[in-house]
Design a protein around this ligand. Structure first.
Ligand code: PEP
Ligand code: MN
Length: 369
């Protein structure tokens, strides 16, 4: 299927059990053979899991952390795959990983966020995969750069990989205090809009960074009609060798899936409903971002108000106001926004700012009388 320039075979056509949503689960890292087998056995028993995930070589932020079991774990995953019938999938970050994984018999691979950012690394993996007909899942790059994500998919596609899936795992930021990786839902939605045939699944574990958010993020992923979930699952997460806070207890996994609301709707309607829904979710997101920004703006205004009051500077500064308005009009114009709208909005913002600063100045006067 050709989709926006990519030649893709959708998951439905190659995944042995493509449930809706497709569920990929397993520990962040393969730790011991018995851990891998225990997880595989329990996940197989749920009959809901399509792929068993586990990290073998782990990209860690700091050295001296657990960097994965390495080569030895490949055989454990193959054993789990054969014993319990769920294909295993691991992360590869370079040509050597690809070669070792293929030699060991693995037939499903994913590229991690730290690798997608680097076109050299992705190209190396694509070259090593040339001529192979195996599925590759591509996580988004760490930074919110859709083109870089698409570029990685294109590199693999050019090497002949058609069984491609994108995995949304959120984006690195210093500002987000809620999520480990900000979801920026508009980015995977834009990806889906540009490549409607591309399956996009969500990794709520790495977005959330903590178990308490997993349900909310997974539900949101389903409400936004993404095609599947990748969930880190561990027999004893608190003792996990990597990502202990975000992995869900294996024992609770089935309940966790059951508690998710999976909307059933007629296929023909789904496309229309989803598109409208996705646009509305985008508007919600943009509006909430606006509110966050307005509140942040007012906080800064308040600081300025105090500063002016303490240094006896007038609240209204004509030159500054002219400069703000011209700058915003110019920026607005470059984005195709009507000057009237910019004037009206910034007029209101300025009025609110003056009012707040005047109150601060008066309070300051009273307190220093
Ligand atoms: C992982 O899935 O364990 C992992 C390292 O993910 P990411 O590349 O999304 O950080
Ligand atoms: Mn992890």
């Amino acid at each position: 299927m050709k989709s926006g320039g990519l030649h893709i075979e959708s998951m439905k056509s190659w995944l042995p059990k493509a449930n809706k949503p497709v569920v990929i689960a397993g520990p962040c890292s393969a730790e011991t053979e018995s851990q891998v087998l225990e997880v595989a056995k329990k996940l197989a028993a749920t009959n809901r899991v399509s792929l068993l995930r586990a990290g073998v070589w782990k990209p860690r932020t700091r050295p001296n952390s657990f960097e994965g079991i390495g080569d030895k774990a490949l055989a454990w995953l193959m054993k789990a795959e054969h014993q319990f019938g769920i294909p295993a999938i691991i992360e590869v970050a370079n040509e050597d990983h690809v070669k070792k994984a293929l030699d060991a018999g693995l037939r499903h691979l994913w590229i991690g966020a730290r690798t997608t950012v680097n076109p050299f690394s992705v190209q190396g993996i694509a070259d090593a995969l040339q001529g192979q007909d195996i599925p590759v899942l591509v996580k988004n790059p760490l930074n919110p750069d859709l083109d870089l994500w698409i570029g990685a998919l294109e590199r693999l596609n050019k090497a002949g990989i058609k069984k491609l899936v994108a995995v949304h795992r959120g984006f690195n930021t210093y500002q987000d205090h809620v999520f480990r990786n900000s979801p920026n839902w508009e980015i995977p939605i834009e990806l889906k809009t540009r490549f409607p045939e591309l399956d996009v699944i969500v990794d709520p574990s790495h977005i959330s960074g903590k178990r308490s958010l997993l349900h909310e993020v997974s539900q949101k992923a389903l409400d936004l009609s993404f095609d599947g979930l990748m969930i880190e699952t561990h027999p004893n997460p608190d003792e996990a060798w990597s990502d202990p806070k975000q992995q869900i207890f294996l024992e609770q996994f089935e309940d966790f899936l059951t508690q998710l609301e999976i909307r059933q709707s007629h296929f023909e309607d789904t496309i229309v409903i989803n598109q409208l829904e996705q646009l509305r979710k985008l508007i919600d997101q943009v509006d909430h971002n606006l509110i966050e920004n307005l509140s942040r703006r007012l906080e800064i205004v308040e600081q300025i108000g105090h500063y002016k009051a303490e240094h006896n500077v007038t609240v209204f500064q004509l030159e500054r106001w002219r400069q703000i308005l011209n700058d915003r009009l110019e920026h607005g114009e470059s984005k195709g926004l009507e000057p009237e709208m910019i004037k009206a909005i910034w007029g209101d913002l300025h009025k609110a700012s003056i009012q707040l600063q005047t109150e601060i100045a008066q309070r300051h006067l009273r307190e220093n009388d």
